[in-house]
Ligand binder design. Structure first.
Ligand code: SAH
Length: 213
């Protein structure tokens, strides 16, 4: 998601260090202390404007959520939604997912969400897809053994690629849906892209994939 660059966005994010955690590498291995409880941690990569995690953190108060978004102007929109809520189980990082190993140690997160990530349709750009095996290696490094990735997209090509990438990595696939909104799923929290695309009548693909325990 690209937004017009908002001058001063980074400075604004810094005004709310309880929500947008600064210098996250200093918390590697101690996120439970940051949240001040022992609850499981779920991470969303490519959070965008944060709608999914705002909904999830309300629905699941005993899970701690961390959203990672690299563009400060986009994350500012997430901050605006959250700053007046009392939502201690939700934090954001204004960082690149490529650096995720600097922020979490092995086993620190239990689940990872990837929602409507950029498809990078050209084959020569496939290493940039957040479901590319290089990213899966990193996710495996931060998740518990048997940790799960929950993935949603509107993009059929990216979905097909990602199923192959997950299974090629030795992950097992669960709850695969080629039309999420007609699958009878309960408790689905929509992301901003999901709302936009499904309003246009596009179908949403979803799967869960699980690393070896
Ligand atoms: N998850 C949201 C936004 C989807 S758009 C939704 O479903 O509506 C994809 C988002 O991922 C964009 O905001 C983009 O900036 C972010 N993103 C893509 N690659 C990233 C990376 N390597 N690190 C951090 N954020 C990334």
């Amino acid at each position: 998601m690209r937004l017009r660059n908002i001058p001063g966005a980074k400075d604004e994010l810094k005004q709310y260090p309880n929500i947008v955690v600064q210098d996250p590498s200093q918390h590697k291995g101690s996120w439970k202390g940051v949240f001040n409880n022992e609850n499981p941690i779920h991470v969303e990569v490519g959070t965008g404007k944060g709608q999914f995690l705002v909904g999830m953190s309300e629905l699941h108060p005993h899970i701690n959520f961390i959203g990672i978004e690299k563009y400060d102007s986009v994350l500012l929109r997430a901050l605006e939604q959250v700053k007046d809520l009392d939502r201690p189980n939700l934090k954001f990082l204004n960082e690149d997912v490529a650096d995720i190993l600097n922020f979490f140690k092995k086993g620190e997160a239990e689940r990872l969400f990837i929602n409507f990530t950029d498809p990078w349709p050209k084959n020569r750009h496939k290493k940039r897809r957040l479901t590319y095996k290089g990213f899966l290696e990193m996710y495996e490094q931060i998740l518990v053994d048997g940790g799960e990735i929950h993935f949603k997209t509107d993009n059929q090509g990216l979905f097909e690629y990602s199923l192959e990438s997950f299974s090629g990595y030795g992950m097992t696939l669960h709850n695969v849906s080629l039309d999420l909104h007609r699958s009878g799923i309960k408790g689905n929290v929509m992301t901003e892209y999901e709302r936009k695309f499904s309003r246009k009548g596009m179908r949403i693909y979803r799967c869960e994939s699980k690393f070896r325990s």
